[in-house]
Design a protein around this ligand. Sequence first.
Ligand SMILES: [Zn+2]
Length: 318
Amino acid sequence: MTLRNVLFLVVAMILTVNGASADENIPDKYPTSILYDKPREVVPGVWSAIGATAPPTYENASHNNNLSFIITGKGVVVVNAGAAYKLAEALHEHIRKITKEPVKFVILENGQGHAMLGSRYWKEQGVPIIAHKDTAIEIEEHGHNSLDSMKRRIKEQADGSEVVAPDITFDERHVIELGDWQIEALNLGPAHSPGDTMVWLPKQKVVIAGDMAFHQRLLPLFDDTDTAGWIETWKKFEGLGATTVIPGHGDPTDYATVRRWTRDYLVYLRGKMRALIDEGGALEDSYKVDQSPYKHLHTFKELAARNAGRVFVEMEFD
Ligand SMILES: [Zn+2]
């Protein structure tokens, strides 16, 4: 057996042991596609291509969030256009292998690049794109910056991508009925970024949570993230009563798991910052605050200190 074959076997064994679980250290799990990983069926009819739980890179082609779709029997609804034209195209190619049903709608989880920069592909297919009204504003205001940084990062893999405005916008709720399926695009309140949208399937009790919920990796906080609002909105999110949660990032799981790595982390970090501010601590001190219970999460080293600083600034004048 050649060394190459031995290596191949070892890699195959590691992949088998890990199943298809999220792992930031595996550069690509679906080498014949630009997608980071093959879509898998989470519950009957609901599929998701789980992205790398890592920062966006050339190797993962910025497929570092979950791209999902629902096959209803009367058409397919896609959640997220992905970070690039070619990602949207690859997802569609995979959908076509599974079903002959046409894609009817694309719903965006928010206005971040990896949710919406693949929209032009769907526009060309004549598929309407649905987004929250605040997401539409974010795309208009920041879409070109996202596109530029994505192009620098993934180079020729970005070909064909353009900023495209959504066709349908909604405020609190947009309902699609297809076949026996009720598909609800919901904004439950402030959380991770403007217009946070989740897709709720009440009959199946599945929620495609978008960036409301994180798993296996540390969540990132942005200047416009409202951590107090996120904790408040979380109650409504659990109030839906889902039995399956497809988070924005990481493997499908349940409320208890995403609560631990999302809501509980926000509560923990805000608690630490409250104590620091009360002691008269400064922004520099916030970066050193103990976050060790979350140290094993992917993207911890990239985000932990930055998150602390953001929460400090958010709470400083509370
Ligand atoms: Zn995200």
